[in-house]
Design a protein around this ligand. Structure first.
Ligand code: ZN
Length: 548
């Protein structure tokens, strides 16, 4: 079936995504900059986002239902209770090598769903391809709604576009993400309060309305340290508490108050405390009956106290399956099987509905995938560190034009997302090297702080005529990504503090962080219109640094 979809949303988004390109194709001319007042109004720790939430209104091209109906079950002493989980899908809409892509994943999951399995996503659903990123995950969300995924766990990459995009994607998914350990930051008084973002658990009634009805509670959490993997500007008002005691206490609630027959944990982390498999003495049952893991893109398969712990790769590479039978008369659960599958070995055919819609989306953005916008003439692919050096150099040069009242001496970036292929490349190829569209800031930072970060392995470019010493008292203006500039650490009391460039927030800093009006990806589009080729001298030579 060929479905016709309404292209207006796509067109609008594409126009928006190109809005940073100047009509002339040349670099933007200098604009006024308001240099911060020395020493007076320092920023408070962790700036507060002022963005107002306006929901997306794009139309859903998918049918309202995939047509799956849970098969009837009649034997109350042997009720099948099956789970299928996947993790770290990362927007892999297209098939590529061992990554089967969304259309084949859809076939697999819909088949499991038709068998009565509960389908669980353990987080990092988005972020990784242009096709997923250009509309900030909306098309992918509609697809997962169509497939009928029962549970979505929040991952660190869900925050990459800000909390508003999480809310948008919840609308498209028609369900809330789980995130039981996401709390409001800071405390009110001496208490942490559960954030509105991140539902604690979801209860699913299998075979609902029949004598074989089984009540399943799924708890979703994220690793507590993952808050430091997210641009702190996107987690200003949130903290991730230790998930393990939260899983245990919610398990008790689900088993007692909610009378769940099964409790399942979905961790966007690979290292839960294995004591969640221990027997809770107040219920006489393990805290969880199975645990699905994520985040490190590994295949994990272990057992503790008879409880399976599973992770299935990433990018539509695999899926985890756990099957029980449940005797509703005795309350006894029997684990029948558990393990991971490589989806490339499953002989899957693409789901035609999903395939058609993805093909249409690609067709509507044909030029982004097929028009050459530049050539990498370095003789090989440009790795992620060298792409950062390229972005740092062109951003530094643009900062001199856009913010001439600052004495910017260079730029410091963390590594890019993907390498750039050798030879001709497209908008999509370039976009995937740096999909985050991070804000860029001029920071006033001590020499010693700059030195420490250069030695740590950050990439960048500093004007070769400027020597960076080791003084705590000499400050320079440097250009940084928001991710590293506002990078936070979290101490054992769950207090946040800036840990990469603390000098920028000290009394000695000469001005507040100043936000520039461009992002490096759109700047690169402008730059390529002028230069076309990225050569070795754009990524190496005097002034460049970075990498271990
Ligand atoms: Zn992750």
């Amino acid at each position: 079936m060929k479905l016709k979809r309404i292209p207006s949303l796509i067109v609008i988004l594409l126009l928006t995504s190109c809005s940073g390109v100047s009509p002339s194709g040349n670099h933007r001319s200098g604009s006024s900059s308001n240099k911060g007042v020395s020493g007076s109004s320092k920023p408070t720790l962790i700036p507060t986002s002022s963005t107002t939430y306006v929901p997306h209104t794009g139309s859903n091209p998918f049918p309202t239902t995939s047509g799956s109906v849970t098969p009837p079950v009649t034997d109350i002493t042997a009720i099948p209770v099956n789970f299928t989980a996947f993790n770290d899908f990362h927007g892999q809409l297209d098939e590529s090598g061992d990554y089967v892509g969304l259309a084949k994943l859809s076939t697999y999951l819909k088949d499991k769903k038709a068998n009565g399995n509960i389908i669980i996503n353990s987080g990092d659903l988005y972020q990784g391809s242009f096709l997923c990123n250009y509309d900030k995950g909306q098309l992918a969300s509609y697809a997962f709604k169509y497939i009928g995924v029962d549970v979505h766990t929040i991952g660190n990459h869900e925050f990459d576009w800000g909390v508003n995009s999480i809310l948008d994607n919840q609308l498209a998914l028609e369900q809330n993400f789980l995130g039981a350990n996401i709390y409001d930051y800071p405390k009110t008084g001496s208490e942490w309060h559960k954030a509105e973002l991140g539902q604690e658990y979801k209860i699913i009634n299998l075979y609902e309305g029949t004598e074989c009805e089984v009540k399943v509670g799924v708890i979703g959490v994220i690793g507590k340290d993952q808050i430091t993997s997210i641009t702190s500007l996107n987690t200003t008002n949130h903290i991730f508490l230790d998930p393990n005691p939260i899983v245990k206490s919610l398990s008790r609630k689900l088993r007692t108050e909610e009378e769940c027959d099964f409790v399942i944990a979905s961790y966007h982390a690979d290292n839960p405390d294995m004591s969640i498999a221990d027997i809770d003495t107040s219920t006489g049952k393990p805290y969880v009956d199975a645990c699905f893991l994520a985040h490190t893109h590994q295949f994990q398969d272990s057992m503790s106290n008879g409880v399976p712990f599973l992770q299935a790769g990433a990018f539509s590479e695999g899926a985890s399956n756990v099957s029980f039978t449940f005797n509703k008369v005795t309350g006894v659960k029997t684990l029948i099987s558990e393990g991971n599958v490589y989806l490339a070995g499953e002989g899957l055919t693409p789901d035609p509905v999903v395939e058609d819609i993805i093909d249409d989306a690609k067709e509507e953005q044909y030029d982004k995938f097929h028009t050459v916008i530049g050539t990498n003439t370095t003789g090989g692919q440009i790795n992620t560190g060298s792409m950062s050096k390229f972005y740092a150099k062109i951003s530094y040069e643009q900062a001199l034009i856009e913010a001439p009242t600052y004495n910017t001496v260079g730029a410091m970036f963390n590594y890019s997302r993907r390498s750039l292929k050798a030879g001709d490349f497209t908008f999509s190829d370039l976009f995937e090297t740096h999909p985050f569209l991070n804000g860029l800031y001029i920071f006033s930072v001590s020499e010693s702080n700059i030195r420490t970060e250069m030695d740590y392995g950050i990439y960048g470019y500093i004007d070769p005529s400027v020597s960076i010493g080791h003084s705590d008292d000499v400050y320079h203006d440097i250009l940084v990504f928001d991710y590293i500039g506002f990078h936070i650490g979290v101490n054992s009391n769950y207090e946040k503090y800036y840990n990469y460039f603390p000098s920028a927030f000290s009394a000695s800093a000469e001005h507040e962080p100043y936000k520039l009006g461009f992002d490096c990806f759109h700047l690169a589009l402008d730059w390529l219109e002028v230069h076309h080729n990225i050569t070795n001298s754009d990524i190496s030579g005097n002034g460049f640094f970075g990498g271990y």
